[in-house]
Design a protein around this ligand. Structure first.
Ligand code: GLV
Ligand code: MG
Length: 304
């Protein structure tokens, strides 16, 4: 049995909402989710214009099966409430998910959740708009579990290495890689904290953007590390990163085959009254069965 029904979010493609020439390409990119960005990819003077462009794009572009999201401005800005109200009032039926940046506490998410409930009730919307929340502030990381569990609209926590580097005062380059010798994986603690908080809440963990879109190997390396820790997907800041994320975060045919054999071996053992058995000279017990079931559930959701 699947551990939980989860949405598929191997790739989340960022597209500045101010740049409407990029929308059609984003819609056809093959990303599991595209989000039109009203926040840091848009110049402050353009944020209201960008909001209007995002509304038009939601209503007029055929997004196919791609999840349609918008990253709003943070709750500490004067744009946030108008972002939510205008998006939901003018494009609510065509908006699947709102991405909330720079959450520092559960209260930030509660605010957006409550505003959404008021709007959905007023407008009689039948489908609830979902949320994904960026953990990209030291306070957000410290409160990751409360943030992850405050709203049943939440589908994912996203780790934002860029703003997190700022918030932490980290010594990193433009790809958020340390500029000085650092033993081990610099991001292990932050990523792992986000992954654990997400699992406690039963939501997905999505990895950070990787700015150098001409470095596919660097992107693949970071995606692979995140996947090992339990992340389900990664941001893409360029369409060329989407296929890599979709590949890295999909179970491989070998993994699927191994999981199927594990379940068969365990079922044989059960028929013989055993709770554990061996396969290829290795122990198979209840934990291996759960790992295999979760992998097969993920493969199923992705259509492998
Ligand atoms: C994303 O918003 C980041 O700051 O990395
Ligand atoms: Mg950020």
């Amino acid at each position: 049995m699947p551990v939980r029904p989860v949405p598929v979010r191997r790739s989340e493609l960022a597209t500045p909402a101010s740049n409407d020439r990029m929308f059609a390409k984003a819609a056809g990119s093959g990303a599991d989710m595209v989000f039109l960005d009203l926040e840091d990819a848009v110049a402050p003077a353009q944020r209201e214009v960008a909001r209007a462009k995002a509304i038009t794009a939601l209503n007029e572009i055929d997004w196919g099966t791609t999840v349609r999201a918008v990253r709003i401005n943070g709750v500490d800005t004067h744009w946030c409430h108008d972002d939510v109200i205008d998006l939901v009032e003018q494009a609510g039926p065509n908006l699947d998910t709102i991405v909330v940046p720079k959450a520092t506490s559960a209260r930030d998410v509660w605010f957006v959740d409550t505003l959404l409930t008021q709007l959905e009730t007023k407008l009689g919307l039948e489908r609830r708009i979902r949320l994904e929340v960026l953990i990209e502030d030291v306070a957000g990381l410290a409160h990751a579990e409360e943030i992850a569990t405050v709203s049943d609209r939440l589908d994912a926590l996203i780790f934002g290495a860029g703003d997190f580097s700022v918030s932490l005062g980290a010594r990193v380059d433009t790809n958020f890689v340390p500029t000085v010798e650092y033993p081990g994986d610099f991001w292990h603690h932050a990523r792992s904290t986000v992954a654990v908080a997400a699992r406690i809440a039963g939501v997905l963990a999505i990895d950070a953007p990787y700015p150098d879109y001409r470095d596919p190997e660097g992107y693949r390396r970071e995606a692979t590390r995140a996947s090992a820790l339990g992340f389900s997907g990664k941001w893409a800041i360029h369409p060329s990163q989407v296929d890599i994320a979709n590949e890295v975060f999909s179970p491989t045919p070998d993994e699927v085959e191994h999981a199927r054999r594990t379940l068969e071996a365990y079922r044989d053992a059960e028929r013989n009254g055993l709770g554990a058995t061996g396969m290829d000279g290795k122990l198979v017990d209840a934990a291996h069965v759960k790992l295999a079931e979760e992998l097969l559930a993920r493969a199923d959701e992705i259509g492998r």
